[in-house]
Unconditional design. Structure first.
Length: 361
């Protein structure tokens, strides 16, 4: 039948080789070869291994190469470990894209896995549909999601917020057509600041030829968007009034349906992991500067894997080449500074164009 054919079908190769070696020691190599239907070369091979390594010599040796020419260098592996410990929630692809690490993302993941730095797998509450094809049919800034993020629950940001007087809330505007994001800050979460932020974004888009009446804004049912939920019929919050003034369509998601705000929530998660979790600030000016740098990075450089690994700028240049790229550049501001531009006279008469737009209803 043949030695190798027998071995391939055998579950206990070790025992068969041991008996062959013992038979060869008791008789000779030739007789062992005939008895076990093997060649004399095979018998000598296992006899030599047994004499050199004992019982361990009868086990199968690893056939893995002793040297891998394209394997990641020790220096790069150490860099991967350092970066993974710094960014505990970042995967191999994001680490490679951000820090341009040599090697493939699978090699980076191998290093992370070997050092037991994978971390806990996140539970997926709901599988999101792939809406990329639908989003590519949207006009520029046709559909947008607006939300407010409370920054006080970010462990690394909270001490800086308290010590330096940094803002607690982030007001975010996320476009679905190219994936761009705008954001601003305030110390309070209310309809006044939501109104100021919406007008700040709408005026910017309008200056680049986006018609406000073609813009659709989606929000949740927070009081900063709709005011008091028990208000009298016909009541309109300051945020809703500014949308009415510019003829912007406003849609609301059902209660407890936060996944319908998935794009803006995704941005909240990204900015937390890529800015608030890792950056330090000496003062508020540095905080605003780094926030502006991240906004430029996100809209002009950062590639979105769920949009074909392209940035919002790439999408804009491909689908809307007639629109200036400056439309993606809206610096983050403290909304209190916009409120400070509203000067009230002795009889609460609007003192500026901004104030007149604030009290148009």
């Amino acid at each position: 039948m043949g030695y190798y054919w027998i071995i391939r079908r055998m579950s206990n190769k070790f025992d068969y080789r041991l008996k062959m070696v013992e038979y060869a020691q008791m008789h000779d190599v030739s007789k062992a070869a005939r008895a076990f239907d093997a060649t004399r070369k095979t018998v000598r091979k296992w006899l030599r291994r047994y004499e050199q390594n004992g019982l361990d010599g009868l086990k199968d040796f690893s056939r893995a190469p002793k040297r891998i020419p394209h394997k990641m260098s020790e220096e790069n592996e150490a860099n991967v470990i350092h970066l993974r410990e710094k960014h505990k929630k970042w995967g191999a692809i994001r680490l490679k894209d951000r820090y341009k690490i040599p090697g493939s993302h699978t090699a980076i993941h191998r290093v992370i896995k070997q050092r037991d730095l994978v971390g806990k797998k996140r539970r997926k509450w709901r599988k999101r549909k792939n809406l990329s094809a639908l989003k590519r049919r949207l006009k520029l800034f046709e559909k947008n999601q607006v939300d407010v993020k409370d920054l006080s629950d970010i462990l690394t940001y909270w001490p800086l917020m308290k010590r330096l007087g940094l803002p607690r809330y982030e007001y975010t505007w996320r476009d679905l057509s190219v994936g761009a994001s705008f954001f601003a800050y305030a110390n309070r979460c209310n309809s006044t600041y939501a109104k100021l932020f919406a007008e700040y974004a709408i005026k910017h888009l309008k200056s680049y030829g986006v018609k406000p009446e073609e813009i659709k804004v989606q929000t949740d049912n927070g009081t900063e968007n709709i005011g008091n939920v028990r208000a009298r019929p016909g009541y309109r919050s300051a945020f809703q009034k500014v949308l009415d003034f510019y003829e912007v369509e406003h849609g609301r998601i059902p209660p407890r349906h936060c996944w319908k705000q998935g794009d803006v929530e995704t941005f909240h998660n990204l900015i937390e992991e890529e800015l608030f979790d890792i950056e330090g600030y000496a003062n508020e000016a540095e905080f605003m500067g780094k926030s502006y740098a991240y906004q430029l990075y996100f809209n002009y450089v950062r590639k979105n894997r769920y949009r074909g690994n392209v940035s919002p700028l790439n999408e804009l240049e491909k689908r809307f080449p007639e629109t200036g790229i400056g439309i993606l550049n809206l610096p983050p501001v403290r909304l209190e500074t916009l409120l400070d531009q509203i000067h009230l006279g002795g009889y609460h008469v609007p003192g500026s164009a901004l104030l007149s737009s604030f009290f148009y209803c």
